[in-house]
Design a binder for this molecule. Structure first.
Ligand code: NAP
Length: 243
């Protein structure tokens, strides 16, 4: 925002769930906008006056602003994932693609909302809570919940980690030995260095990336919602990777 010469502040606020409605109402009264993150995305979806189609698919809002006096919410994780994964795959999303998504929380819903528009050959979701995977899968056409992790990933040519595994430790969501040789890996987790999953996948010859590109792309989409212009992504990358 500073680089674009836009005189606004973007500050982190630690908000208790019980205070979210008041905080968002205050933002709306000042005709301003913002982002929300875990655990507020589902509540923000309910609090907005109008939500975009993409937010409806995810049932969660991570970006809000005021338009003609109306509080509008959208979900930029979907487009952020779509753009970042497109960079990883370096080709169009083919209709023969087979995708496995690990995790059944909010970000898995955003991934499935994106993947559902690709017309894939197969989309499987696996979660340690199978009921959660079943509940999520039934919200999307042609997505199946898989009970067995190895079976979920063994034929997939794209495997997505939508759990926090690897965020604070060197845990990996899926053993590399479970993957098919040509599979690409997309880890939603981002941290100061690459995750162990991405590192070990790369050294085994897989194309792999962490969630930093998605973070930047979802931020770029939010920026466009608020200000109507494209941000300079090179400035965003520089800021996000500054030590
Ligand atoms: P969430 O709604 O809490 O869902 C987390 C999912 O991971 C649930 O299915 C949960 O299973 C599962 N899980 C948690 N710990 C696990 C473990 N130790 N082993 C196996 N499964 C586990 O969280 P979320 O919003 O989807 O976020 C997930 C991750 O994505 C976070 O690390 C977040 O930072 C990242 N993220 C990145 C971006 C980006 O821009 N790169 C955007 C959004 C999210 P249970 O239901 O059984 O607990």
């Amino acid at each position: 925002m500073a680089h674009a010469g836009i005189p606004v502040r973007y500050d982190p606020l630690d908000v208790e769930p019980s205070a979210l409605a008041d905080v968002i109402r205050d933002f709306a009264a000042e005709e301003t906008g913002g982002n929300v993150t875990i655990p507020h995305k589902e509540s923000a979806f309910v609090l907005c006056d109008r939500v975009t189609e993409v937010a409806q698919a995810v049932r969660a809002v991570n970006t809000f602003w005021v338009e003609d006096g109306v509080l509008v919410g959208t979900n930029t994780d979907v487009g952020g994932f779509d753009t970042a994964v497109h960079d990883l795959l370096a080709r169009e999303h083919s209709s023969s693609r087979r995708v496995a998504v690990i995790g059944a929380g909010g970000s898995a819903a955003a991934v499935l909302a994106a993947v559902s528009t690709w017309n894939c050959a197969d989309v499987a979701v696996w979660s340690r809570s199978h009921q959660r995977a079943l509940d999520l899968a039934q919200r999307f056409d042609a997505v199946r919940a898989e009970l067995d992790l190895a079976a979920a990933v063994h034929e997939a040519d794209l495997v997505v980690n939508a759990t926090p595994i690897g965020m604070h430790d060197d845990g990996i969501p899926v053993p590399i030995s479970f993957l098919s040789p040509g599979a690409a890996l997309f880890d939603l987790v981002y941290r100061n260095d690459e995750t162990e999953w991405v590192r070990s996948a790369r050294s085994a010859g897989h194309a792999a990336c962490d969630g930093l590109g998605m973070l930047i792309e979802q931020g770029a989409l939010a920026f466009r919602c608020w200000f109507g212009i494209e941000p300079d992504r090179s400035v965003m990358w520089e800021a996000a990777t500054r030590r």
